[in-house]
Structure formats: C-alpha cells, structure tokens
Design a protein around this ligand. Structure first.
Ligand code: GDP
Length: 335
C-alpha cells in the first residue's frame, strides 16, 4: 500500500511545468478562487505543501528546470511513498513536446519503483481551443505517451488522460474520477447510493467532498454534468464553507432558515428545498462529506420523512464502510 499518510487521506501530487496551471487549479478547486482571478496569481515556484480541510490531502509541486527530483540527493521515497496519484498538468495551449518528454521520463521512473501510483494527465486549458484542435491535441498527447511506454514494454501502466479547464466543471469532474480510483470502498458506496436512489425515487445522489466540491461517489445511473452543477451549486447555498473550519458547531444551529425538522444528529445539517422542477436534499455525513440528492417533482416535500429515514440508514451503512468514527475520516488504502 502506498498510502502511509497515517491520516488515511488519499494523497495527490500536482506536477507540471511552470505556467501550466497548477496554482490556478489548486486555487480554484480548493480555495474557491474565481477562475478569472488566476490571471493575477503568482506562478508556482517551489514545492508547496498545503493542508486542506478536505477529504483528500493535496500537494502542489512545481517542476522547476533545475530540480531533478530523481536525483539521488532528492528524497524520492519521501515523495512517492505516500501518494496515490500524480496529476501531471500539460498546457494544451502551449508547445507541449518538452512537457511530454518530462512526463514520459517521470512515468518510466515511476513504473520502475512505484508502479502502483496512478498517473493522471490533465490536458489543461482546453477552453481556449476549437473543438477540432482540442481533439487532435488530446489524441496526439495520448499517442506520444503511449508510444513511449510501449517502446519500454509498459503497455499497461496506470496512466489516464483528461481534458480540463478551470473555466468550467471539467476540472472538478476530472478530480472526481482521480479520487474515486483511490477509494477501495467505491463499489460498496455505489451500491449503497443505488439502493438509496431506488428506495426513495431519487434521480441522482452524490457524495461530495464539501470543501472542494469534488464528488467521491455517485450512484451508477448515467451522470450528466447538469445534475452535478445543480448539486454542487447547492452546497454553496446551504453550507457556509467557512464554517467547515470550525465544524464543531453548537447543536443549536444559527442557520434556522434552511435547517428543517428531522435532524436527529444534532451536529449534522439536513435540508431539502424545491429548485425549479426538482427537489434538492442535502445532509452532512461527516466533517468532510455531504450527501446531495436530486429528485423530480413527483417527490413532494411530504416525502421528506421517508428520505430522512433512508438517508439515515445510508449514513449508518457508511459508518460500517468507513469504520473510523463517523466524524473521522474514511480509511483509504491505495493499492
Ligand atoms: P503554474 O506555474 O503551473 O502554477 O501556473 P499558474 O497557475 O500560475 O497558471 C499560469 C497561467 O495559466 C495563469 O495566467 C492562469 O490564469 C492560466 N490558466 C490556468 N488554468 C487555465 C485554464 O484552464 N484555461 C485558461 N485559458 N488559462 C488557464
């Protein structure tokens, strides 16, 4: 197992060349910076370890030209022993041959010593590209990496590719897929969510990392980006994210407008609202996670008691899946 982090959080490392977009990605996803403001960010200059109030642990590393991280002087074990996924950011709007060369070197090195680390390639800044050019670039990058790997006999290296941009939800979608691979309990979570959905006629249910709005699991019905957006926006409406920093909130929650009845667990927020033709239901699961469900308008608010009950069952089942106390973290093993 390569997650020795002790705290059980999936650990991600973000790498890529200068100006590829690493600081922007971490600011938008983990600090809620509006994408347009990344124009004024300082570029990543060195290794930046950030501690996040999140389900996952996340570090951003620059790849400065002068730093050879496979140099023996550099503590490679310390870097790679604890991570589950290496996210490699490539600027698709820029010359990328050099970036691919470095990526290939990195993958080959990892295959040698840490073959279990997932390499997740974010072909990034695709918002600026025409559909055709975007597709060609994506295929070209995949081809160049795969050719190099098969030349070295690594056809089955765990390398995946995503098209991302901070200007839409694609960056969150990509992160969600990256994270889900690091959660061994995912099939169980999906089965629990499926069963919740069919019992309560829920259209779509997401288990969200509240801070980042990355979903760590969803039911297995087809996902469309629209329902993701609705549910992720609802987090902003309902949860004051700044409160997460002081999650041990008192039992009498000041936010009386949105907190409805049926809250057995004094510390977790539960709410349901009509939004357009849908009902949205949110329940905090623990310090980091919230369950958000989207229901059609054939699920009138009177059904809330049924949903409350079944979500309670779901939450109990989740405690079995993640046996460390409910307020604590799920246990993650990567590999
Ligand atoms: P870093 O050196 O890898 O940390 O790169 P930065 O995060 O500093 O980003 C460099 C530039 O890329 C900034 O001006 C960002 O605004 C821009 N950028 C980052 N992500 C995107 C994206 O998805 N689309 C576009 N068009 N620009 C982006």
């Amino acid at each position: 197992p390569n997650s020795k982090a002790g705290d059980g959080k999936p650990r991600l490392l973000l790498m890529g060349q200068r100006r590829s977009g690493k600081s922007s990605i971490s600011s938008v996803v983990f600090h809620k910076l509006p994408p347009s403001e990344t124009l004024y960010l300082e570029t990543t200059t060195r290794i930046k370890k950030e501690s996040m109030h999140s389900f996952m642990d996340f570090q951003v590393w620059d790849f400065p030209g002068h730093l050879d991280y496979f140099d023996p002087a550099f503590d490679v074990d310390n870097i790679f022993e604890e991570i589950g996924a290496l996210i490699w950011v490539i600027d698709a709007q820029d010359e990328y041959l050099e970036a691919i060369m470095r990526l290939n070197t990195t993958i080959l090195n990892l295959q040698h010593s840490y073959p279990n680390i997932n390499v997740e390639v974010f072909v990034h800044k695709v918002d600026g590209l025409s559909e055709d050019y975007k597709g060609d670039t994506f295929r070209d990058i995949i081809q160049r990496v795969q050719d190099e790997l098969s030349d070295h006999g690594y056809e089955n290296a765990p390398v995946s590719f995503y098209q991302t941009s901070i200007y839409d939800h694609s960056i969150f979608e990509a992160f969600s897929k990256v994270i889900q691979k690091l959660i061994p309990q995912l099939p169980t979570l999906e089965a629990l969510l499926n069963s919740l959905c069919s019992t309560c006629k829920i259209e779509k249910a997401y288990l969200f990392d509240i801070m980042s709005k990355i979903y760590i699991a969803t039911d297995t019905s087809p996902t469309d980006i629209g329902s993701y957006e609705i549910c992720s926006d609802y987090i902003d409406v309902v949860i004051d994210v700044s409160e997460i920093y002081g999650w041990d909130r008192p039992a009498e929650n000041g936010n009386a407008e949105v907190v409805e009845n049926g809250n057995n667990d004094a510390e977790s927020l539960i709410t349901m609202e009509k939004k357009g033709n849908n009902y949205l239901y949110l329940r905090e699961i623990n310090k980091y996670l919230a369950l958000i469900c989207l229901m059609g308008d054939d699920s009138p608010a009177e059904k809330k008691a049924v949903v409350d009950y079944n979500v309670g069952v779901f939450q109990d089942a989740l405690k079995q899946v993640f046996p460390r106390a409910e307020r604590d973290l799920p246990v993650i093993q990567t590999s």
